[in-house]
Write a protein that binds this ligand. Structure first.
Ligand code: ADP
Length: 437
C-alpha cells in the first residue's frame, strides 16, 4: 500500500530547490542513509530541473510503500530524457510512460517512520504559491491598515478627551489660584491683626503690672502707718474706752487685710513682669515642710482640722528657689485650711523620675468641676464660697511653679475635698538657673 505524504508543483527554479529539499527530507524521514538521501534529492532535482528548462510543469508526489520511498513526477509534456537518465543512475527503479516518471529507492527494512510527523514536516517545507503569498500579504496589510486606522481613531478620541480635561483643569486651576490668593490675603491680614492684638495685649499686661506695682508700692507705706498707729492707739495705756478700742481694732484689721491684698498684687505683678529672679539653692524638703506645718497650726483657728505631713518618700534635698517654693506651699496650705471646716489637710511629698511631686489635699468644701481652671484667673473666687482672700493666691502660685520649671494643677470632688498637685524638677533646667524668668 502506498502512503502519500506530500505534493508539489514545480514551475520555476526556486520550486526545483524546494523539490530537492522535500526529497531529501522524505529520504531522511524514511531512515535512508546520508548518501541515499543525497541521491534521492539529486534525482528529483535533475528530473524537475530538466522539465522546468523545457517549460513544463512537474507535479511531484512524495510517498512511501512497505519497502521503498516512492516518487512520481507528472509532467505536461514529454518526460525529459536527460532528467530520466540522471535519475536512473541515482535511484533503484526509474520508469517513465508518456507523462509520468516513477522512481523508487529501497528503504531500510526495520525502520518505523512516524508518517504523520513526516507529513507535517514536508507540508511545512512546501513553498507557498505567489498568489497565496500575495493574498496572505494583502490580508496582513489590510489588517495592519485597519489596526492603524483604529489606533488613529482612538488617538483622536484620546486627544479630544485630553484637550477637554486640560481645559477643565486650567479652569479649575485658575479658580483655585484665585481662591488661594484671596485666602492668603485674608490669612496675612489676620496675622497682621493677630500681631497687633498680641502687641496690644502685651502692652496692656505690662501697663497693668506697672500700675499694680506702682500702686501697691505707694499704698504699702500709708497702710503700714495706719496699722502701726492703730496698734499704738489700741494700747491699753492709750486711754481709749472699750468701744473706741474695738473700733480702732476694726480699723487695724481692715488695714491689715488691705495690706495683704496689696502685697499679693505686688507679688503677682513681680512674677508676671519677669522681674522675679529665680535663685536655686539646696532646699531640705522635710525641714521646709515641718516649718510650714508649724506656721499653719495657728491658722487652723481652733477648727478640728489636723495638718499631716508625709515626707517619707520625699527627696532629702531639692535644688530650687526656696522663697518661691515656700510661697507656693504656704498658699496651697492656707487655702486648704481656709476651706476645710473639719477633717485633715495632708501634705504628701514623693520622688518621681527626675522630679518631685507635692500634694496638698484637704477634706474641705471642694471646687465645682467647671470652676477648676477659673480659680487660676486673677481675682476669681468661686461664687458663694468666699472666705476672705483676694483671689490672687492660686494665679501667683501657678506663675511661680512655672518659673521653677514645674506645674501646678488642681483636682477636686465638690463637697468632699480638693487636691493641689505641685510637680517640680529635682534641679532646674540649665537656662532657668539664676536667670530672670
Ligand atoms: P483666695 O483664696 O485668696 O480667694 P486663691 O487664688 O488662692 O484666692 O483661690 C481662688 C479661689 O479658689 C478661692 O476663692 C476659692 O473659691 C477656691 N479655692 C482655692 N483653694 C481651695 C480649696 N482648697 N478648697 C476649696 N476652694 C478652694
Amino acid at each position: 500500500m502506498t502512503n502519500e505524504l506530500a505534493r508539489l508543483s514545480v514551475r520555476s527554479l526556486p520550486d526545483v530547490f524546494a523539490a530537492r529539499r522535500l526529497g531529501r527530507e522524505l529520504a531522511a524521514g524514511l531512515g535512508l542513509e546520508h548518501q541515499d538521501q543525497v541521491r534521492v534529492a539529486t534525482a528529483l532535482s535533475e528530473v524537475s530541473r530538466s522539465a522546468v528548462s523545457l517549460g513544463q510543469t512537474a507535479a511531484i508526489t512524495f510517498a512511501a510503500d512497505e519497502n521503498s520511498l516512492v516518487l512520481s513526477v507528472a509532467v505536461d509534456g514529454t518526460p525529459p530524457a536527460d532528467g530520466i537518465a540522471a535519475a536512473a543512475r541515482l535511484m533503484d527503479v526509474v520508469a517513465a510512460d508518456e507523462q509520468v516518471i516513477r522512481m523508487s529507492k529501497r528503504r531500510p527494512l526495520h525502520s518505523t517512520p512516524d508518517f504523520p510527523a513526516l507529513t507535517e514536516r514536508l507540508a511545512a517545507m512546501l513553498p507557498e504559491s505567489t498568489l497565496d503569498e500575495l493574498r496572505r500579504n494583502n490580508q496582513d496589510l489590510i489588517a495592519a491598515l485597519e489596526d492603524v486606522t483604529r489606533q488613529k481613531e482612538q488617538l483622536a478620541a484620546l486627544n479630544a478627551e485630553l484637550q477637554e480635561t486640560n481645559r477643565g483643569v486650567m479652569a479649575l486651576y485658575g479658580e483655585l489660584s484665585e481662591e488661594l490668593e484671596q485666602t492668603n490675603r485674608g490669612v496675612v491680614a489676620l496675622y497682621r491683626e493677630l500681631d497687633e492684638k498680641s502687641e496690644q495685649l502685651r502692652a496692656a499686661a505690662e501697663s497693668k503690672n506697672r500700675f499694680w506695682a506702682n500702686i501697691s508700692h505707694e499704698l504699702r507705706s500709708p497702710l503700714n502707718s495706719i496699722i502701726g498707729l492703730a496698734r499704738l492707739l489700741a494700747d491699753p495705756d492709750g486711754g481709749l474706752d472699750a468701744e473706741q478700742s474695738y473700733q480702732v481694732e476694726l480699723i487695724r484689721g481692715a488695714a491689715a487685710t488691705l495690706l495683704t491684698m496689696v502685697n499679693d498684687l505686688l507679688d503677682v505683678a513681680k512674677a508676671e513682669s519677669g522681674r522675679y529672679v529665680v535663685n536655686p539653692t539646696e532646699v531640705g524638703l522635710p525641714a521646709l515642710l515641718a516649718t510650714l506645718r508649724g506656721l499653719m497650726r495657728p491658722v487652723t483657728d481652733g477648727k478640728p482640722v489636723e495638718v499631716v505631713i508625709c515626707a517619707e518618700d520625699a527627696p532629702p534635698t531639692l535644688l530650687t528657689d526656696e522663697m518661691a517654693l515656700t510661697a507656693i506651699l504656704r498658699n496651697l496650705l492656707s487655702n486648704a485650711v481656709k476651706y476645710t471646716d473639719s477633717g485633715e489637710v495632708r501634705v504628701t511629698a514623693r520622688t518621681l523620675p527626675g522630679r518631685v511631686e507635692l500634694q496638698v489635699s484637704d477634706t474641705g468644701t471642694g471646687i465645682p468641676a467647671q470652676e477648676i481652671e477659673r480659680v487660676f484667673e486673677e481675682f476669681y473666687q468661686v461664687p458663694g464660697a468666699r472666705r476672705g482672700g483676694t483671689g490672687l493666691g492660686l494665679p501667683y502660685a501657678r506663675r511661680l511653679a512655672r518659673l521653677l520649671g514645674g506645674e501646678l494643677t488642681l483636682a477636686s470632688d465638690a463637697g468632699r475635698g480638693t487636691t493641689a498637685v505641685l510637680s517640680l524638677p529635682l534641679k532646674p533646667a540649665a537656662e532657668v538657673s539664676g536667670v530672670s524668668a
